[in-house]
Design a protein around this ligand. Structure first.
Ligand code: HMG
Length: 388
């Protein structure tokens, strides 16, 4: 019996800032963003959107198909939690109408935790193959204004159904892991924006890739040449391109530069125009690969490098299942991205600075999202979510 990803769907906000606009305000060349970091646009969440509403929007198409009662566990991966105690997934459980017997838990380790959720979900399904686990990764990437990280902001959520005999990706049990206590990127509880040692973080990312790969080849029979494509954690697109060149070099792959680039380029289309979505980003990258690769991927091996600052990283592998192309939500995704609205720099600042009430009074939140679920109010310190 195989276990893995049966279906995948993602959501991002309907607002974006073009990085040319940011470059103009900063009086720098836009090519630094378009070429240098490989990013064109960044999604900005509306005031009535958060990780809960984005998660529910991402998962809704999957639940419509399989039915709310078929999900036995919901695992919610995020580093933009809305509460220190209550799992964000419990709100999503209600919004999606999941069964009261479905367990819900939230997982955190920077951008890595969706991968931990998937591995735990695979273990649950291997034990009880009739069960389906819903894994949702949802995040809003926020840095301070006028910092090096600002252009790598973004937001998004991805929902994946983990099942036996999956229709998209069979996940292999062998993994390579690497953990090291480092301060490359972090967000103390009292801050709404992340702190980052940018250049150092890229070095630790590459070091973790080498370490996880070394651990992976110790336990797996697979070698570099067995893979046709690679999905990387995507803080910005150029990071994945650099990382993959690094991996090809470590393995003395003997491929041309073009061949190396082709192994990642279809994973980048959505990230370039959404930005970093932390826990969701690698899996939005996987969706980009499945929905945009012209080649039939059936039977192909895909390598995954998941990285979460701090840091925990994992390399694992999967096989694309024959017929996968019939189970995708390509049209939904493309029409959602095409319908997004560009914001000016001033509108971006308004979205960025929208206050997060802390006084316990009743605050209605203005409607901004075009999604199905929204945060309508915060009242008495309680978040009130509604279905539109
Ligand atoms: P920076 O230091 O401002 O940029 O920000 P730079 O000066 O290094 O320039 C970037 C690239 O653009 C360089 O290319 C320049 O040469 C090029 P490279 O040398 O790297 O190949 N460039 C140009 N290219 C064409 N035309 C031009 C031009 N000008 C310059 N005119 C930095 C870079 C990564 C520091 C910044 O984006 C940052 O702080 N980002 C946030 C941290 C981050 O994303 N780190 C990635 C690894 S950590 C991670 O992935 C985890 C994370 O997702 C969080 C989590 O786990 O939760 C962040």
């Amino acid at each position: 019996m195989s276990v893995g990803i049966d279906e995948i769907s993602f959501y991002t906000s309907n607002y974006f800032l073009d990085l040319r606009t940011l470059a103009e305000v900063q009086q720098i060349e836009s090519e630094k963003y378009y070429q240098g970091i490989g990013q064109e646009k960044m999604s900005m969440a509306a005031p009535d959107e958060d990780v809960v509403t984005m998660a529910a929007n991402a998962a809704h198409p999957l639940i419509e198909r399989v039915g709310a009662d078929s999900v036995s566990t919901l695992m919610f991966a995020t580093e933009t939690g809305v509460d220190q105690s209550k799992a964000a997934g419990v709100y999503v459980h209600r919004l999606l109408g999941l069964n009261a017997n479905c367990r819900v838990v939230e997982l955190k380790q920077a951008c890595y935790s969706a991968t931990a959720a998937i591995q735990m979900a695979c273990a649950l399904v291997a034990r009880q193959p009739e069960k389906k686990v819903l894994v949702i990764a949802s995040d809003i990437a926020r840095y301070d204004l006028d910092t090096s990280g600002e252009a790598t902001q973004g937001c998004g959520a991805v929902a994946m159904l983990i099942s036996a005999n999956p229709r998209l990706i069979e996940i292999d049990p062998e993994v390579g892991n690497y953990t090291e206590d480092v301060m490359d990127f972090w967000r103390p509880n009292y801050r709404s924006t992340a702190l980052v040692d940018g250049k150092y973080s890229t070095k630790i990312y590459l070091k973790s890739l080498k370490k996880t790969w070394e651990n992976f080849v110790e336990v797996s029979a697979l070698a570099f040449h067995d893979f046709s494509h690679f999905c990387y954690h995507l803080p910005f697109s150029r990071m994945a391109e650099k990382a993959h060149k690094h991996l090809a070099k470590i393995n003395k792959a003997g491929l041309t530069l073009e061949q190396v680039e082709q192994q990642v380029e279809d994973t980048l289309h959505y990230n370039r125009i959404i930005g970093n979505s932390y826990t969701a980003s690698m899996y939005i990258g996987l969706t980009s690969l499945l929905e945009n690769c012209k080649q039939n991927l059936a039977g192909k091996k895909v390598g995954f490098f998941s990285y979460g600052s701090g840091c925990v990283a994992e390399f694992f592998s999967g096989t694309v299942v024959a017929g996968y192309e019939k189970c995708l939500h390509t049209l939904n995704h493309k029409s959602m991205l095409d319908a997004r609205q560009e914001v000016s720099y001033d509108e971006y600042l308004q979205l960025y600075r929208y206050p997060d009430p802390k006084d316990g009074e009743h605050h209605d939140i203005p409607a901004g999202t075009t999604g199905r679920f929204r945060l309508a109010a915060i009242s008495g310190h309680k978040r009130e979510y509604v279905i539109c």
